[in-house]
Design a binder for this molecule. Sequence first.
Ligand code: NAD
Ligand code: DAU
Length: 352
Amino acid sequence: MHTILVTGGAGFIGSNFVRWALGRPEANCKLVVLDKLTYAGNLENLAGLEETYPDHYFFVRGDICDGDTVAELFEKHAPNAVLNFAAESHVDRSILDPMEFVRTNVLGTATLLAAARRHWPEESWDRARFLQISTDEVYGSLPEDRPDIKFTEDTPLAPHSPYSASKASADLLTQAYHDTYGFPTLITRCSNNYGPYQFPEKLIPLVIRNAMNDESVPVYGDGKNVRDWLYVSDHCTALWDVLSTGEPGSVYNIGGDRELRNIDLIRMLLDILDKPHSLIEFVNDRPGHDRRYAIDAGKLKSELGWEPSSDFREKLAETVNWYREHTEWLERVISGEYLATYDRIYRRGWKE
Ligand code: NAD
Ligand code: DAU
């Protein structure tokens, strides 16, 4: 049985991964989730797992920057893989307060890498894996008038936001562990995910929540920025394939070839919800807003045989339904702090 340390497992993608992996007995793995439970982490996302999988699932509340906590986990559970989901993940918050992004995303990754290297004897490195879950945002922005150009693994890193700069730093550090020590690292860079359990500060759940409450739906700038959307379970299968068969020291892009302008996506969501387009309100743009992301996932497909299996329109409608059926979840995750940040971005237009 593989033992995997899953950091950030109480967040959006982490909790989807944990549920997905535990639901596949053939994966035969024990998952030890380490999560600080920041505003974005929620134990409700993992509800019922302790009872259903008492021998395969363990939760520990803690900070990836805390070397003692991380060392204790390595000693107690002896994981042979690390999946590092833990991060400050929202671009807008990184613009308001960059320091927490540097701490968790850079120092946290450094702490995990150091602990894994200390606890894994070199003879075990052919079986051990450290998977750093990164993002397409590290590549910067693509021109909107060149649909033929997409991000490949060879695209130079050119992050623009404090969030993407902190993720790029973590990638460089992870790669340095491979290049310097021969440490068995893997890096994945995925495009925008959507699905259940996403915190409603991100575009899709924010639009759904606001529209359900007949509140205005804020669109940054001219709404023509493009994002490349992937259903979260397709991200999970890609991570599993990379973890199981990826070449140590490699980077793999993950994406679903589903580019959409924000305004078109928002109109689609309003149509699914049967709400009027008049709810759309153009607001001050996000500073440094990347224009277009598009992922070329050719390497992952040709080398590891991965394919996304989700139909976009079907999964978008399912996602809308999930939020419709989980309004209590939505309202519970929104604290006073969420409302204060909402106010800073949308009502005060990025001003203090
Ligand atoms: P999220 O914000 O929903 O979840 C992050 C989780 O990390 C939360 O549970 C939070 O409590 C935890 N966390 C934060 N700081 C921590 C710390 N110091 N110690 C321990 N736990 C901590 O994020 P997400 O959208 O699920 O993203 C997960 C990962 O995937 C991130 O690394 C992100 O950069 C990457 N990613 C996200 C997307 C996307 O579209 N959401 C796309 C590509 C890559
Ligand atoms: O590309 C992968 C990245 O996708 C991940 O690394 C990040 O963790 C994740 O948050 C996401 O980043 P984005 O900035 O692309 O996602 P967000 O949902 O914040 O915004 C999507 C697009 O919608 C972006 O162009 C900004 C725009 N937007 C967003 C919000 C919250 C709006 O127009 N209005 C809004 O209110």
